[in-house]
Design a protein around this ligand. Structure first.
Ligand SMILES: [Zn+2]
Length: 82
């Protein structure tokens, strides 16, 4: 998906400033939103999505602070290994 952030028009050219909008995804395992059905008692199917438990975390990599979006499971694994 491409979202138009700003549009500046000069006399002859039209300039688009675009940014790629990414789906929320875990930086380590790549876990992302998946789609399925919700079932009511009458077994009627309606669309729903299953979102991963993504958290913004600050990590230290090679003595540097790095901000990453990780799922809860990956954060837990990191806490065990590091
Ligand atoms: Zn993950």
């Amino acid at each position: 998906m491409v979202e138009c952030l700003a549009r500046a028009e000069s006399s002859s050219t039209v300039l688009y400033v675009e940014r790629i909008v990414k789906m929320a995804k875990c930086a380590t395992c790549g876990k992302k939103t998946v789609f399925g059905h919700s079932r009511s008692f009458s077994m009627r199917a309606t669309n729903r999505k299953f979102k991963p438990n993504l958290q913004k975390v600050t990590l230290y990599q090679d003595g540097r602070k790095v901000k990453k979006v990780l799922c809860a499971k990956c954060i837990k694994t990191l806490a065990k290994t590091a």
